[in-house]
Design a protein around this ligand. Structure first.
Ligand code: MIC
Ligand code: SF4
Length: 757
């Protein structure tokens, strides 16, 4: 077993007294999410806990990081002066592997291409007491679910899909690297005390309907920002009909509604999963404490008293769904897809079908998809489009290889990729498709923003369950509804698929000869972390300097006024840029390359207001402003910074001279990342004031020396014609976060505090 049971035993023993104290404090029973939160609070008695308003301080039990975000997190951790990570921490190499030809060649190429980065991560892990999962071991969230996720525990992870572990009853939250550094440095970690959204599940999953369809429906109900600063908690009789890995699919993709995390209560399906993944002792322990690992009985009796919002889904009536393109909340049942595709003129025939990813690569997922694959192959059908499979971990790969699911995919023409993120994060070399060509693809992944998978803005990406995607792959068209339609087999007969079935867990147990885990050194004293001078991939960091709160915030230029969706992919694209994740200056060359400027022009380009030149790239303009000592701001729309946890989307602007980001509303992780890096996140009191900002304006932020929690910040906008308008905005900085802002960044503040006197 990869986790130490002793701390879990101690935690479970504190549950009852802690929960009793919290019931007393709130004067009512507790939901399950609240139970886990209160057992991890730094000061249950002292904290003022107002949902969606106050910040609370926690001691999480564990940290997980993936290679693309761990580089920056570890570069920051190295500046903290600690010898070892204060809590159990792991690093997972999954994002940097390119999908080109197939698992073994792609892995070999990646080891060559990324050797320097992997060596850095490996030696850092060794030195600082961090567990290291080498390339090919699997995708962070699958590996965590199989080894570290633990009911009733709390984890933070430098990836927005960390909530995957909520499928095993854990409060698991996605954060930027600087937050991970707090926890690894033994400090408390703070989070806005979340609102609670309850989903009451009734009925039973059956037939074609899968866990994926539950979360696609949730995304439709809540939309991409409906979960912001809230935990989504599932309860009700329907919960029992969803396997543990199915629950993880649902909590994983809760990131797509902006939720802080999502969680299911502990149950027998979780117990079975723990036992199947060699954690029987943990299952026994959790079984004994089961009452602490679910909501109090009163919650289900009258949920409206406990949740800010309650929604119902009857699983027996839920149809399989498909969402997209371009946003995960554009949902419809499969029965309406054909008409929708036609109406909107999206290409009906798709060019690739992809299954797997951290969201949907469990044994059950692949077994159900393989059942469909076998039905088609038996009738002589082959996939009509490219069909790519990414297993979530080495353990899954070896097990489905042994049990025949892989062979079923290969027989229908599937290509098995490495156990890694691959096409899901844009690491997909697609020789078949020139950028700019309009086409559709369908995946079982979780994100489908423009350019996400193959860098092509003209690719329409749809998302559905792996079994549905597999069935569609035989048809090659989005107009096929496998629940009602038939396909023609080569012998002229018609083929109608039976609803998919598949084992939840392998009858003969999981198999894994080489998990890919490397334990850290007992003592890191002799381990040297090196970065080659002149490296293009890695560079040591310098903490950001403090700014002058009057002078540096006056007469700012507007670099970009982002129009519509501005996700972290728009701010700092992944794909080809992932290779510079450890080199702040180099990766800053991708800043805002996907952003649509409200002032017109091609995406990623704007006007240099100092030279008057138009059509320059945003990084070039920002560098020129910085060189001439001009600070700048970003103006943004709703849910600005939606999507991933990458703190590069905050560090790059900070590095190139951004002082504030002024928006209609923020996504949670990105707002925190901006605070951590010393960029002021401001929300307009009146969203319509967004329209007042013009391209040639000068923007001044008033009263910053006196900035304090809850105090408004006045924004004065001077137009080119000499007129001035003032708009009001608010920030959500706490007193501690104001200290970060004053110091230049959270890390600069930490170093000031710990500087030898
Ligand atoms: C993603 O799914 O967008 C990523 C890539 O996993 C990111 C993290 C990153 O940008 O490295 C996330 O979800 O946080
Ligand atoms: Fe990797 Fe995609 Fe999962 Fe992000 S969402 S961790 S890129 S598989």
């Amino acid at each position: 077993m990869m986790i130490d049971l002793e701390p879990v035993r101690r935690l479970y023993e504190t549950c009852e007294p802690r929960h009793a104290a919290a019931r007393k404090k709130f004067g009512r029973a507790l939901t399950y999410a609240e139970k886990v939160l209160v057992t991890h609070l730094a000061d249950l008695e002292g904290e003022d806990l107002v949902r969606g308003k106050t910040e609370a301080r926690f001691y999480p039990d564990r940290v997980a990081m993936q290679d693309a975000t761990a580089q920056m997190a570890l570069l920051q951790f190295m500046l903290c002066g600690r010898e070892r990570a204060a809590v159990p921490t792991t690093v997972h190499c999954d994002h940097l592997i390119r999908a080109r030809v197939g698992a073994s060649d792609d892995l070999k190429n990646s080891l060559n291409e990324n050797d320097e980065v992997y060596q850095f991560l490996r030696t850092c892990s060794k030195k600082y007491g961090i567990g290291f999962w080498r390339p090919g071991a699997g995708i962070i969230h699958q590996v965590v679910l199989e080894n570290y996720a633990c009911p009733g525990c709390m984890m933070i992870g430098t990836d927005s899909h960390t909530p995957n572990a909520g499928g095993l009853g854990m409060v698991a939250i996605g954060v930027g690297g600087a937050d991970a550094v707090d926890v690894m440095a033994g400090q408390t970690w703070s989070l806005r005390w979340p609102k609670l959204i309850g989903f009451h599940l009734t009925g039973k999953l059956s037939g074609w309907t899968s866990a994926k369809d539950v979360i696609l429906k949730v995304a439709e109900i809540l939309t991409v920002k409906g979960g912001t600063n809230a935990i989504v908690e599932y309860f009700g009789p329907g919960v029992a009909s969803i396997s543990c890995t199915g629950k993880a699919t649902i909590t994983n993709m809760g990131a797509e509604v902006g939720a802080t995390t999502s969680i299911f209560p502990y149950d027998t399906r979780m117990s079975a999963y723990l036992r199947a993944t060699a954690r029987a002792e943990l299952a026994d322990l959790a079984d004994r404490h089961a009452a602490s690992l679910k909501a109090d009985p009163d919650v289900e009796k009258d949920p409206k008293k406990f949740f800010d919002e309650v929604h119902e889904i009857d699983l027996s009536k839920l149809e399989p769904h498909v969402v997209g393109p371009h946003t995960p909340d554009l949902a419809r049942p499969i029965s309406r897809l054909a008409a929708d595709v036609k109406k909107n003129g999206w290409p009906a025939d798709f060019t690739a079908a992809l299954i797997g990813s951290c969201t949907n690569s469990s044994y059950e997922d692949l077994s159900r998809a393989a059942h469909i694959a076998r039905q088609g192959s038996k009738k002589g059908l082959k996939a009509k489009s490219a069909f790519l499979v990414t297993p979530g971990s080495e353990q899954i790969f070896e097990t489905v290889k042994r049990d025949g699911q892989m062979a079923a995919f290969e027989q229908m023409g599937g290509n098995v990729l490495a156990n890694a993120c691959g096409p899901c994060i844009g690491q997909w070399d697609r020789p078949d498709m020139k950028s700019g060509t309009k086409n559709s693809i369908i995946t079982s992944y979780n994100r489908n923003f423009k350019k996400r998978n193959d860098g092509n803005p003209e690719t329409c990406a749809f998302i559905g369950s792996p079994e549905l995607v597999t069935a569609l792959a035989f048809a090659g068209t989005l107009t096929f509804n496998p629940l009602t339609d038939t396909l023609k087999a080569p012998d002229g007969t018609s083929v109608r698929f039976e609803p998919p079935t598949g084992d939840e867990l392998p009858k003969n147990g999981f198999t894994c000869k080489d998990s890919g885990y490397e334990a850290p050194a007992e003592s890191g004293a002799g381990v040297n972390v090196e970065i080659k001078s002149g490296s293009h991939r890695l560079a040591f960091l310098e903490p950001f300097d403090a700014l002058d709160l009057i002078r540096d915030f006056d007469d700012l230029l507007i670099l970009v006024k982002a129009q519509g969706k501005c996700t972290t992919d728009h701010i700092s694209q992944a794909g080809p840029w992932l290779k510079f994740r450890g080199h702040l200056d180099k990766i800053s060359d991708n800043m805002f390359l996907g952003a649509i400027n409200a002032f017109g022009g091609a995406p990623g380009r704007g006007k240099n207001l100092l030279t008057g030149k138009t059509g320059e790239s945003f990084p070039d303009i920002a560098r020129s402003y910085k060189k001439q000592g001009h600070g700048w701001v970003v103006v943004g729309d709703e849910n600005y910074g939606e999507g991933s946890s990458r703190e590069h989307a905050a560090m790059e602007p900070r590095h190139l001279g951004c002082r504030a980001v002024i928006v209609k509303s923020f996504a949670r992780i990105h707002e925190t990342n901006l605070k951590k890096q010393g960029v002021l996140p401001l929300t307009l009191d009146r969203p319509a004031d967004y329209d007042k900002f013009r391209e040639t304006d000068r923007v001044s932020l008033r009263g910053l020396p006196g900035i304090s929690p809850g105090k408004a910040v006045e924004i004065s906008i001077r137009h080119e014609d000499g007129t001035t308008e003032t708009v009001s905005s608010h920030h959500t900085l706490t007193a501690e976060q104001i200290d970060w802002f004053r110091a230049g960044s959270a890390l600069s503040h930490f170093r000031n505090l710990n500087r030898p006197q």
